[in-house]
Ligand binder design. Sequence first.
Ligand SMILES: [Zn+2]
Ligand SMILES: [Zn+2]
Length: 326
Amino acid sequence: MVDWSNLLPQGTDFLMEWIAQPLMLALGLGGWVEDSFEACEWVVWGLIELTVMVCLMWPIQKLWPAERASALVGHQKHMAIRSDVIYTLIHRLGLFRLGFFVLLNEPIDTVMGSLHVQGWPTYHLEQWLPGLANSAVLTFMVYVVVLDFFNYWIHRAQHQWSFWWALHSVHHSQRVMTFWSDSRNHLLDDVVMALLGVVIAQCIGVPPSQFVLLVVLTQLSQSLQHANVRWSWGPLDWLWVSPRFHRFHHSIGAGHEFSPGVLGGHNFGVLLPWWDVLFGTANFDDRYEPTGIRQESSEKESYGEGVWQQQRLGLKRLWRALKFKT
Ligand SMILES: [Zn+2]
Ligand SMILES: [Zn+2]
């Protein structure tokens, strides 16, 4: 009988022993073998996520689509979905994590270490809620809530500040939303978000084992939110972000409007709609509008077809936003 509880460590060991280790030795990267164990764990989780997405979310989209006829057809539709698949594979197969780890792990450790030495205060949640350490489930739930609070405000900033919107608009430029669309982001935006995530998690004392689970839970939930499904949680829609709730955030002219210095838009919550309810940005209308960006649908601005074009145009918009401070 399969021992499911051992599947993850076994999968990680298998990847390490048969793929990562020989590859790294062959490339003369023997010194990194120890560190690559963590990367392998991310890859195994990524494979689990991809399996759930393809085996569960894909049939759900077929059965209960939010829109049957999409805004794009033929080659354009194919390209739009293909770029989202590429973004997803870059992220879920650990390529992004690996790059982030190799480039930024040491600088982060150095900065955080020197801050500690200088007496920089920590805000570990266990200091504030001493009973928390007794229950792993309770600790995990509190971390979900606290991190989600930060993510709500980060997401609002992505829409509020023109330089950040220049990058975040890559995510919103998708007119054919599917369960692949969550990872469609500007890579620079991803780096900033990952950096903020690691720093906040370290400041509030999230243990590494729980951090992996938090990321996996967030990613899976977000994939479902972007799926082309006519789903809401009915009277419990305020409890956890549903596909309907997040789709509204993506709708043209309704969910997010950018005008410099003025906040518009609804449903910024990443996992919990609570912050939208609390800060007056929630919208629970049972509407499934076309998604995308107004300038794009009126063909005033192109956000690019393929991944490289989307990345290049994102940097161009960022430059324009910084130069003209629009
Ligand atoms: Zn957004
Ligand atoms: Zn989204």
